[in-house]
Design a protein around this ligand. Structure first.
Ligand code: LIP
Length: 290
């Protein structure tokens, strides 16, 4: 029997708000194990406590559904056909540690590797982004996305505001591709660059997706994120008319756990042309995989 998506949505909103209370009342303490991959890949006791709360609450209400969370993830675990809650208890953990208010809880119900309900809540800015498959997406439950009811066509990268993230990998070929691409995006057109209006990094993949869905960002190029960072945002963006493709040139089909995502805002024209222009500035292949 297919789940009642509205009921799931309502529970996820409540759970995300409760997670927000936990985050706001916590003192960020980096977990005793320190960091995961290196000193930039932080995990706090609050990440773990919030995920524990979310997992327990969802298991009690929806015992038939699986759980795929950042803090309890077993390396190699894949999304399958069965319904699963995909959870990032705190996306923007480094921001949380520093008190930089781009922090959120990101929750999605994924069925057959596609998100069907998505909820992102930033308790610091009190912004709630939500979507149910086929029913549009909203900020604060009532304002439809994108925020401009008649978004402008996308033209060229030169007129675009673009998000990128430095991520936690700071050496090796992927880091080289990223930093050379960032420079190519910023560089003057006369010198062969795209000369985008500017680059932004909020430190939260989920909130970057929400900003692309709202139309505040034109495009977000992300290699190295995980399904828990993007599942809710992917649905919220798609329901707002946006698209998600691969970071690497020619990859029109991105997958939820494929770790490489380029998100483009909703527009009456120009999405595919902007993607192709962007791929022309990607300085190699990002080698991240499911
Ligand atoms: C974060 C991502 C962000 C990336 C950070 C980190 P976390 O997730 O959302 O895009 O730049 O390195 O991976 O760890 O805060 O959930």
């Amino acid at each position: 029997m297919s789940p009642d998506l509205q009921a799931v949505h309502d529970v996820l909103v409540d759970v995300a708000k409760q997670a927000g209370h936990m985050i706001l009342s916590a003192t960020p303490r980096v977990h005793a194990a320190g960091s995961k991959k290196n000193t930039t890949d932080l995990v706090t006791e609050t990440d773990q406590a919030v995920e524990q709360y979310i997992q327990t609450t969802l298991a009690a209400q929806f015992p038939d559904m699986g759980f795929y969370g950042e803090e309890s993830y077993t390396p190699g675990a894949k999304l399958g056909a069965e319904p699963v809650f995909v959870c990032d208890p705190i996306d923007g953990t480094a921001n949380f540690v520093h008190g930089f208010p781009w922090v959120c809880t990101s929750l999605a119900l994924v069925i057959d590797r596609k998100p069907v309900v998505g909820v992102i809540y930033n308790p610091f800015l009190r912004s709630l982004y939500t979507a149910i498959q086929g029913q549009g997406s909203f900020v604060d439950l009532t304002t439809p996305l994108p925020l401009r009811r008649e978004p402008e066509p996308l033209t060229t990268l030169q007129h675009a505001l673009v998000a990128v993230e430095w991520g936690a990998d700071r050496r090796g070929p992927n880091f080289e591709v990223k930093q050379r691409t960032f420079v190519a995006l910023a560089r003057a057109v006369e010198d062969g660059g795209a000369m985008v209006h500017s680059l932004r990094s909020t430190g939260s993949a989920a909130l970057n997706f929400a900003l692309v869905a709202s139309g505040a960002l034109d495009l977000y190029w992300e290699g190295a994120a995980y399904a828990w960072d993007v599942s809710a945002g992917w649905l919220i963006l798609s329901e707002a008319g946006g698209i998600v493709v691969d970071t690497n040139p020619g990859g029109w089909e991105a997958t939820l756990d494929g770790r490489r995502y380029m998100a483009v805002r909703g527009a009456p024209a120009g999405q595919k042309e902007l993607v192709q222009e962007f791929w022309g500035h990607v300085a190699g292949q990002l080698d991240y995989h499911a």
